[in-house]
Design a protein around this ligand. Structure first.
Ligand code: GLT
Ligand code: MN
Ligand code: MN
Length: 394
């Protein structure tokens, strides 16, 4: 039975070809289900109510395919997109599967490999542009090392910067209004990863020639696997105008990159993330595509893959409704307003430095014991979040 949580294209949900197309292989066993072809994925996702599909160059076109084969595949794929009204908002480059990238792509010690990687990214970007993509994601899977004896991490950073600068300048020279989004993953597949977190990426971006066109693509799993907060990574990215794209999924802390169905783990984390993205707490909402970088459990057959895809989208919408309810709750609003009100007289004292403000502040006397004695009512707030989430409180 359709209900208010069934997705529609207006919800802006997207999946990668590599996500629903994942046939369940892992390092310990081969695939467990048929590979769903790109054309079938487009049809299947459209049927589920998705807005679009994203891809790596090699999700669609095999590595090294001759030009004629490339053109035939792209033509067929575009036809499917047209027929099903599906968009390709984001494209990316596979700079990790082929053995040539065993020592990295943009950070390979071999300059010929770095040049090849940039050329491959250029071709992937051309493909993305041809399909209508506005965002290009860079996940440097092999950018790292096993031993520090291999190269100085400062060289790796410089090489990475050179490649990004080259690609930004080339994209601008082509007259494209593309945005690049850098994705960090901390724990795999190299032993040590360069630029391991969204925070590392945010600083690296500021060192680029065209930093204005470069932002981040944080992923739930990648923040949670080392125990970091996705909510904080996304909040910081939003606050500095750098949340260009997002990878939604589920993850247990401390494990490998699980890429589980969105909402299936850390329900409260997912709830506060959706609340942030939807802007129900006050700040402007994120308006870009909502991409699921996840895949079905290895236990599933193809029918289970579509259960998985629908589940990701429904869970997001259910959490969006819960976020709305939480922020409309009178008691929640009251507690938050009370906490703000208490400090109001002092908020101005430190917003802007002036000699006079510094003098005033130094002359001020605070009753530290009285301030320390006050409870903040966060236990109550969190319990309300729990009760809203579990449906006990409406
Ligand atoms: C790979 C990785 C993802 C990235 C994809 C884009 S590929 O699955 O683990 O998190 O987003 O390159
Ligand atoms: Mn992942
Ligand atoms: Mn990802």
């Amino acid at each position: 039975m359709p209900d208010a949580f069934d997705p529609t294209p207006a919800d802006r949900f997207t999946f990668g070809l590599w996500t629903v197309g994942n046939p369940g292989a892992d390092p310990f066993g081969g695939r467990v289900r048929e590979r769903i072809s790109p054309v079938e994925i487009v049809a299947g996702l459209a049927k589920c109510g998705a807005y679009g599909v994203n891809l790596h160059d090699n999700d669609l076109i095999p590595f090294g395919a001759p030009a004629a084969e490339r053109d035939r595949i792209v033509k067929e794929f575009k036809k499917a997109l047209r027929e099903h009204g599906m968009k390709v908002p984001m494209a990316t480059t596979n700079l990790f599967s082929h053995a040539i990238f065993r020592d990295g792509a943009f950070t390979s010690a071999d300059a010929r490999v770095r040049a090849f990687a940039v050329q491959k990214a250029m071709r992937a970007i051309e493909l993305g542009v041809e399909l209508g993509a506005k965002t290009i994601v860079f996940w440097g899977g092999r950018e790292g090392c096993e031993t520090e004896a291999a190269k100085d991490a400062r060289d790796a950073l410089k090489w990475n910067r050179e490649c990004m600068n080259f690609l930004c300048a080339w994209s601008k020279d082509q007259g494209w209004k593309l945005r690049f989004a850098l994705e960090a993953k901390p724990n795999e597949p190299r032993s040590e990863i360069y630029l391991a977190t969204t925070g590392h990426m945010l600083h690296f971006i500021e060192t680029l020639d065209h930093s204005e066109m470069v932002g981040v693509n944080p992923e739930v799993a990648h923040e949670n696997m080392p125990g970091l907060s996705m909510v904080h990574a996304v909040a910081q990215s939003m606050e500095c105008g750098k949340l260009f794209h997002i990878d939604l999924n589920g993850q247990k802390i401390g494990r490998y990159d699980q890429d589980l169905r969105f909402g299936s783990e850390d329900l409260k984390g997912a709830f506060f993330l959706v609340r942030l993205l939807e802007g129900t707490g006050g700040y402007p909402a994120y308006t870009g595509p909502l991409h699921f970088d996840a895949h079905a459990y290895r236990t599933e057959d193809v029918a289970g893959v579509w259960d998985f895809a629908r589940g990701c989208m429904r869970s997001y919408k259910i959490l969006a409704a819960k976020a709305k309810a939480f922020d409309a709750d009178r008691e929640v609003r009251q507690i938050l307003a009370d906490n703000r009100k208490l400090g109001a007289s002092h908020a101005k004292a430190i917003t802007r430095f002036s000699k006079a403000a510094a003098m005033r502040l130094l002359a001020e006397s605070f009753d530290a014991e009285a301030l320390a004695a006050r409870g903040h009512r966060y236990e109550r707030l969190d319990q309300i979040a729990f009760e809203v989430l579990t449906g006990v409180r409406r």
